[in-house]
Write a protein that binds this ligand. Structure first.
Ligand SMILES: [Zn+2]
Length: 279
């Protein structure tokens, strides 16, 4: 079977790493930064008790968010100069799976697994229930959520999903004071303070790298796009468009009002029912 290329997010569990490689060759696997920072604190920072944990965690995060390899290396060298023992941890953590500057695939600006934690929290009330009731409780929650989102999106008139629409509006406002130098039809030099950035509207790239990482035009790209009197929406990744948002919630989850009414079966012993309680 041939699968589309995906980007997987995980807490770097060895089993998940192995299975993703095996079942989805060619797909990318990103490691959650929050989990990685926790491991960095436990495995490296604790062996340097006098170091400021908050500060060094923030340097590690800066390395992960750094858009260029040069910036990534600068933060990593900063860590290694103070903590030479961090070298083994950093090398074995596969930086190409968590650092923005090295990640070979796309992850649409997502760097943490927060959505999974939200999910865990969301289904918490159902955890103490027997298995059948638990599954049905989660089904009802999802059914309601899908219905709510389907209703909300049906009246939306904007071009992008709500969060991305707001993010783009903010970036556009930031872009209005930038000045533009045109190189040729689709290439621009955008002056932002004392720095210049190269924008290529054909390739959807900016030398600040934010556009490539987040798949939403950065302020430099917004300035270039607007100078051509084009729509910003035409330069946003298709997954951010409202149509994709609608697609995500368009399927219905059916009602199962009799989920707890077991079918009677004369052939006792041939059916194994779920346990009534969780052990
Ligand atoms: Zn930029």
């Amino acid at each position: 079977m041939v699968f589309e290329k995906f980007t997987f997010f995980s807490d770097r569990h060895p089993g998940i790493i192995k299975v993703v490689k095996l079942l989805f060759p060619g797909s990318h696997h990103a490691y959650c930064l929050r989990h990685l920072v926790d491991n960095f604190v436990k495995q490296v920072l604790r062996s340097y008790p006098l170091h400021n944990k908050k500060y060094w965690s923030s340097v590690f995060k800066k390395a992960a968010y750094a858009p260029s390899q040069q910036e990534f290396t600068r933060h990593i060298n900063n860590i290694l100069e103070s903590m030479p023992r961090a070298s083994t941890f950093i090398t074995s953590s596969d930086p190409q799976s968590w650092a923005n500057a090295l990640f070979p695939g796309r992850r649409w600006g997502v760097i943490n697994n927060n959505i999974v934690e939200c999910w865990n929290n969301w289904v918490k009330p159902a955890r103490h229930l027997p298995i059948v009731s638990m599954v049905d409780h989660v089904r009802v929650q999802i059914m309601n959520m899908m219905h709510r989102r389907r209703e909300t999106t049906s009246v939306m008139v904007q071009e992008l999903s709500p969060k991305k629409e707001n993010a783009l509006a903010t970036t556009y406002i930031e872009s209005r004071n930038l000045s533009i130098n045109k190189s040729c039809g689709w290439k621009f030099e955008v002056v932002d303070g004392d720095k210049s950035f190269a924008v290529d509207l054909n390739e959807w790239t900016c030398s600040c790298k934010s556009w490539q990482i987040n798949m939403l035009p950065c302020k430099h790209a917004c300035a270039a796009i607007k100078s051509k009197s084009m729509s910003l929406y035409a330069f946003c990744d298709r997954y951010f468009h409202i149509e994709m948002y609608r697609q995500a919630y368009k399927e219905m989850i059916n009602l199962i009002p009799t989920f707890d009414m077991y079918e009677t079966n004369n052939d006792e012993g041939s059916v194994i029912n779920a346990p009534d309680i969780r052990s």
